[in-house]
Ligand binder design. Sequence first.
Ligand code: FES
Length: 113
Amino acid sequence: MTQITKLIIYRGSIGEIPRYDEFEVPHEDGASVLDALVWVRENRDASLAFRYSCVSANACKECMVLVDGKVNYACTARLNTGVVRIEPLANKTLIRDLVTDIVPPKERLETTD
Ligand code: FES
């Protein structure tokens, strides 16, 4: 019998009233939180915003989110069965859903007007 994980995912952008959407995803041994997010986007809601690049290399850090309240890499965090809450980083500026502005201030391009 296929096990299920219920994801509770933060949704919304700056200026919107945030909400949490729930999705039941099939659980596979060894699956990551990122695998579950990709499954949701491919099978349930194509508008879900999250970011990743290197996938499991821990190099890009773009997939950092809060998993059950703790900062974690979605690409390496193992997906538990039961209920898993996924939220954007709390100390970064929210862009949309799970995407935050993670560019360090020193790496921002300065504009000259
Ligand atoms: S996707 Fe690059 S660290 Fe997770």
